[in-house]
Design a protein around this ligand. Structure first.
Ligand SMILES: Nc1ncnc2c1ncn2[C@@H]1O[C@H](COP(=O)(O)OP(=O)(O)OP(=O)(O)O)[C@@H](O)[C@H]1O
Ligand SMILES: [Mg+2]
Length: 430
């Protein structure tokens, strides 16, 4: 039994940088909680506070409902694998794994037994006599995991444990970590900046930004109903399409969403139409992921937008089409600078969101053009290109070329709506 509770945790480093601001977090017994967010958002600091390697400026840490804020790292019985997992180079794999047991004074025979048991569980029993320099990155990572698990800690903290590995090995070890952690039933907090890793591993995800937790929930909930546009943009590839839309209520039938020169209608039967109706005559932000879009032979009324293909990206199993729909896109700054002032998330004024999203203006023609746009530099970064159009998936061998006009069917039930502060519009989703 091991639970973690953080209440109002704040960390201000000397010099005034606010690494964490009023963080509340509960991790259940045996849960695999993944902290995800861009570089500098405070993930490692939060982990180090749980481990007792960093002292919070304010707030309380509970372990098993007991106030553990002033416990030493040893009292907490927490094991941590660091961001740059370092093995002792002058020790064999066996000595590296057994090191925490030696420090705690366990006799050599018992130590050896536990080391072998731990190495066997991780499939590295043949490597026990090797030196770190004789092992691959993946093998060293397994030894580091063994060293963390050998003490049978009540909590396991993993700080980007796979970041030094290539992508093939990363997904292999990800599956191994997941099964090791789940079969041991150990309460685990796993830090990553990789959203795919977060979505595939977690029981629950906490998405962090600028020292705060912006959203928390199961991977499915956070992906399907992101609390803010930042969370919507952080999770998922290709990145969610975000457009500004004017809302207009047509009392007897539907709510219109005007995106550029085109309109999507939400019938009143859709419960979200009632929420959107409050924005009559105002702007909202519409989010639409690639999986909500489909190319149609003929337009369907009220849920089709037309666009011109700017270019295609072939990925083997699918192609991504970058389509101009003649509307202003919204670009999200996924790595805002760290906070130096406190933030108030629930009632933030519009101006505080200015650094987070901006409208792309001047890059979009009012109407789709007839000719492909040759002004886009070939070296333009992916992010730059994607943010100024709409991205959709097409089957791999589809007969579509740059310059073609598409009828794009929108699965309206998969649309996301945000207000201009970036908060999700549809009450009661949490
Ligand atoms: N010892 C320190 N002194 C001053 N500022 C620090 C210190 N450690 C971290 N910070 C700052 O606190 C913020 C959060 O840092 P932290 O290492 O927790 O981020 P992170 O989310 O783990 O980032 P990354 O993904 O790059 O590892 C950053 O702005 C960082 O510069
Ligand atoms: Mg870090």
């Amino acid at each position: 039994m091991a639970t973690i509770g953080l209440r109002g945790v704040r960390k201000v480093f000397p010099g005034g940088s606010i690494a964490l601001d009023q963080v509340d977090l509960d991790v259940a017994d045996g849960e695999l909680m993944v902290l995800v967010g861009p570089s500098g958002c405070g993930k490692s600091t939060l982990l180090r506070i749980i481990a007792g390697l960093e002292e919070p400026t304010a707030g309380t840490l509970y372990l098993d409902d007991e106030d553990a804020t002033d416990f030493t790292p040893q009292q907490r019985q927490v094991a941590m694998v660091f961001q740059s997992f370092a093995l002792y180079p002058h020790m064999t794999a066996a000595d590296n794994i057994g090191f925490p047991l030696r420090v705690s004074g366990l006799p050599p025979e018992e130590r050896h037994e536990l080391v072998v048991e731990s190495a066997t569980a991780l499939g590295v029993q043949e490597l026990l006599e090797r030196w770190p320099k004789q092992m691959s990155g993946g093998q060293r990572q397994r030894i580091a995991m063994g060293r963390a698990l050998v003490r049978d800690p009540r909590i396991l903290l993993l700080d980007e444990p796979l970041s030094n590995l290539d992508s093939g090995l990363r997904s292999e070890l990800r599956a191994e970590i997941s099964s090791t952690v789940r079969s041991s039933g150990i309460t685990t907090v796993y830090v990553t900046h990789d959203q795919t890793e977060a979505l595939t591993l977690a029981d629950r995800i906490a998405v962090m930004r600028g020292g705060s937790i912006e959203d928390i929930g199961t991977p499915g909930r956070v992906y399907d109903k992101p609390a803010t546009i930042f969370v919507a943009a952080f999770l998922g590839t290709p990145r969610i399409n975000l457009f500004e839309a004017w809302v207009w209520n047509t009392v007897d039938s539907h709510v219109s969403l005007r995106i550029g020169e085109q309109t999507i209608a939400l019938p009143w039967q859709d419960p979200r139409a009632r929420q959107l109706a409050h924005y009559h005559g105002e702007r909202v932000i519409v989010g639409v992921r690639a999986e909500a879009l489909v190319s149609l032979a003929e337009p369907l009324p009220d849920c089709t937008i037309r666009g011109r293909v700017r270019y295609l990206e072939h990925h083997g199993h699918e192609s991504l089409a970058f389509v101009d729909i003649g509307a202003a896109g919204i670009e999200i700054d996924l790595a805002p600078p760290p906070a130096t002032k406190p933030k108030h998330f629930r009632h933030r004024p519009v101006t505080t969101m200015r650094g987070v999203w901006k409208r792309i203006t001047g890059t979009q023609p009012a109407e789709p053009q007839d000719q492909p746009d040759s002004t886009l530099p070939a070296t333009a970064g992916r992010h730059q290109k994607r943010s100024s159009g709409l991205v959709m998936r097409l089957p791999p061998n589809v007969q579509v070329s740059a310059g073609d006009t598409l009828n794009i069917g929108v699965r309206r039930e998969l649309l996301h709506f945000f207000d201009l502060r970036g908060d999700r519009i549809d009450a009661g989703f949490r």
